[in-house]
Design a protein around this ligand. Sequence first.
Ligand SMILES: Cc1cc2nc3c(=O)[nH]c(=O)nc-3n(C[C@H](O)[C@H](O)[C@H](O)COP(=O)(O)O)c2cc1C
Length: 139
Amino acid sequence: MYRLIYKSRSIEPIDWDLVSAILETSKAQNVERGITGVLLASGTHFLQVLEGSFEGVNALYCAIVRDPRHDEIQLVSFSCVEERLFEGWAMHGLGLFNFNHELAQQLMATYGERDGEVRFPNQEWQVLAMINDIRRSDT
Ligand SMILES: Cc1cc2nc3c(=O)[nH]c(=O)nc-3n(C[C@H](O)[C@H](O)[C@H](O)COP(=O)(O)O)c2cc1C
């Protein structure tokens, strides 16, 4: 089992319609390819976690990198892991622009801020900690 994390900058400002459009095509394809993960979106940037087989994750990442909807793609990590963290999530979208003020402030205080938005971390452990914080406050 492999996990890949990258971040990128959206060409267009991100709203929930854009995230939904990506998720709609992603979910069916990901189920077919045995991929699970999370797609985080701020108003300007994406951060995505992909989990699956080496070949599956690699091929999907190569397709995503070529997608004209984003650029400045930065690989955060690609590693062999024991198990999935996002079992059951064919691709779960989280729009940070939908979060309440308190959660957004808390994430900015912990992980840093850029142009009034949460800055996505450059390190795997910080990415996973951030997703954990979001999941905890979601429930
Ligand atoms: C930020 C972002 C995340 C994406 N995530 C996925 C994904 O998880 N699964 C997927 O199949 N496509 C995803 N896509 C779409 C792919 O880039 C591509 O458009 C899609 O796989 C269709 O490719 P195809 O025309 O080769 O079938 C994503 C695109 C963007 C911009």
